[in-house]
Design a protein around this ligand. Structure first.
Ligand code: C2E
Ligand code: CA
Ligand code: CA
Length: 578
């Protein structure tokens, strides 16, 4: 609470606002701004993908939820929200009357319901205030468990009890569980240099940081002067654990300011997982402790798993991510280009830009091996922008080298849609590059749009207005039908290479390809067949009036210089044939 900053001495109340409309959000801000008792601190979240992360990891006092966010699934969402927010008060806002909706909303977990149509500042302020007060009272009752609870610590008995309960839950649900034992390095030296009082303050700050990166389901306990234990529940695989470790290591890495002194702490982390390392609270703690002592041998913040196998996979993932981060900085990434041939004119219509990683150990790593890691860690977002930047630069080079009008297609990952600033950033890149946007095409898969169709559609429309066109990649492997997608600005469909490669081997592939082409054409979309390797495949596609092909038959993806040579050679050939 930052009462001291507010001249009216109001209590700061953190409100998460889940609404798709920015204007609605601004309207709520305006209504709450002048409340006499609370100083609202509002955070806007327009889409459901980011919402999960915010609800679990950030700290809010009240959640303001606009039910209009969902089609017919609002009650299911409300139940999810109640659970994932750890029973935070949820104020639901909807179009129907209060008499009609309130009972149902309360039964499903909302703390209050208000009709948007009759909303005004006083009513909204009162509701938010009441929910906040109620929560304060509830929290202070829990505070009887001990003052430590309030500061994020829980006592040892409670911790063992929680661990026992968590183990039972893990057993029932078939999830893994991880126990993290954290020990600050050289804490004695810190105490001696700064004094015990500041040492204590430092510990509190460390605890606060740890708490910020943990999810609601995780428990943090101080088990010694400079030691913490964390229970991580609902672990699916080693990646879940590495994500948390990554965050823990990350927050411990930043200097901590205590009383004007900037202190850098390092810590050793030991991890023991259920069921691999044991199934009782005592065994897990003992083994996490042992792993922690092993981690002490390294300098700086480091961690060790008790279970060797898990250690290897988790370690590999973290290393891959660290290498990838360096790759982006160190110019190890490169684009290869694969031509797309127009079947009526035999001309190169465009190229698909495909990422390669020149690893410092001399290997060329294909995207299938590093893109999943880049997606999991979020690194695909900056990498994706780099790819677009590079493609734009090459688009200009191509025109200057006598190949104007080539379409440059870039792949867009589903994860890039999580970036709230996606359209804005892409706009900035193409504006700076000063290229003809009609020559830029973005390829995306159906799944990229599945997470949050409304937001994805909005992005597509905004980018389309700038002149960018869209292609649906790997078509045929997903579930949606083309007609479902016809309201999207998609002008091209790429038939997945698995169908092309089945040609001749199964009649199914022929039927599917025929159907895709005729449907796409009836919806005014062009068709590109991918993975064309043989004359036979090419002939079939030609007969079916497929518009373009891409595949080893014509060319493999190649570095820029080779592409320029390829284009020049084809131009020369075309001249000779005229
Ligand atoms: P994709 O978008 O389906 O790309 C086509 C893949 O098929 C490319 O693999 C290409 O080399 C391969 N291919 C093309 N013609 C043939 C052929 O005749 N036969 C066979 N067997 N394969 C052919 P690549 O370059 O390994 O890329 C794999 C995937 O990685 C891409 O699949 C795409 O999903 C992803 N990717 C590549 N670059 C990027 C990028 O910049 N961003 C994102 N988000 N994903 C990328
Ligand atoms: Ca593609
Ligand atoms: Ca594809």
């Amino acid at each position: 609470m930052n009462e001291t900053l507010d001249p009216m001495n109001r209590s700061s109340v953190r409100v998460l606002v889940l609404t798709p409309e920015h204007t609605d959000y601004l309207w709520y801000v305006a209504m709450l701004r002048n409340d006499h008792e609370i100083l609202p601190d509002l955070t806007w979240c327009p889409d459901l993908i980011d919402c999960d992360d915010l609800v679990r990891n950030a700290h809010f006092d009240v959640i303001l939820w606009d039910c209009c966010l969902h089609g017919g699934s609002e009650l299911a969402f409300l139940q999810y929200l109640t659970v994932s927010s750890g029973d935070k008060p949820i104020l639901a806002l909807g179009a129907d009357s209060e008499a009609l909706r309130t009972p149902e909303m309360l039964i499903n977990g909302a703390a209050d319901y208000l009709r948007k149509g009759s909303l005004e500042a006083w009513g909204l302020g009162r509701s938010v205030r009441c929910l906040w007060y109620r929560q304060q009272v509830a929290d202070s009752t829990q505070g009887q468990l001990g003052a430590e609870v309030a500061s994020g610590f829980i006592n040892r008995d409670l911790f063992f009890d929680r661990l026992q309960q968590a183990l039972l839950r893990a057993e029932r649900s078939g999830h893994r569980l991880a126990l993290l034992h954290i020990n600050l390095d050289d804490f004695r030296a810190i105490n001696e240099n700064l004094g015990y009082q500041m040492g204590d303050q430092l510990i509190l700050k460390v605890a606060e940081r740890l708490r910020q990166v943990l999810r609601r389901v995780d428990s943090l306990m101080r088990i010694g002067g400079d030691e913490f234990a964390i229970i991580i529940e609902k672990v699916e695989d080693s990646l879940d654990i590495t994500q948390i470790i990554r965050k823990v290591v990350g927050v411990l890495g930043d200097p901590i300011v205590v009383d004007g002194h900037s202190v850098v702490v390092s810590a050793s982390l030991g991890v023991a997982t259920f069921p691999e390392a044991g199934d009782t609270p005592e065994t897990l703690l003992r083994r996490a402790n042992r792993a922690m002592f092993e981690a002490k041998r390294d300098t700086g913040t480091s961690y060790r798993f008790y279970n060797k196998q898990l250690h290897i996979t988790a370690g590999r993932q973290l290393k891959l991510e660290a290498d990838l981060r360096n790759a982006l900085r160190g110019r190890e990434l490169e684009l290869y280009y694969q031509p797309r041939i127009d079947l009526t004119t035999e001309e190169v219509r465009g190229v698909e830009c495909l990422l390669r990683w020149n690893h410092p150990d001399g290997h060329l790593i294909p995207p299938d091996e590093f893109i999943p890691a880049a997606e999991r860690s979020g690194l695909i977002v900056p990498i994706g922008y780099w790819v677009i930047e590079q493609a734009c630069a090459r688009l200009r080079d191509a025109a200057n080298l006598g190949h104007p009008g080539l379409v440059f297609a870039v792949n867009l990952s589903f994860r890039q849609f999580h970036d709230r600033k996606m359209t804005e950033t892409i706009f900035r890149i193409i504006y700076n590059a000063n290229v003809d946007t009609s020559l830029l095409e973005l390829e995306l898969t159906e799944s990229a749009m599945m997470h949050d169709p409304e937001y994805a559609q909005r992005c597509l429309r905004e980018l389309n207005q700038l002149g960018i066109s869209f292609a649906l990649d790997d078509f045929g492997t997903g579930y949606s039908s083309l007609s479902n997608l016809q309201h999207l600005p998609i002008s091209l469909v790429k038939i997945d290479k698995s169908f092309v490669q089945e040609l001749g081997a199964s009649g199914d592939a022929e039927h599917i390809i025929r159907a895709i082409i005729s449907l796409a054409h009836s919806l005014q979309m062009s068709v590109v067949a991918e993975g064309v390797e043989t004359e036979g495949q090419l002939e079939f596609l030609r007969q079916q009036q497929c518009d373009e092909v891409q595949g080893y038959y014509y060319a493999r993806p190649m570095p820029w210089d080779d592409l320029v040579e390829f284009l020049d050679a084809r131009n020369r050939l075309a001249c000779l044939q005229q």
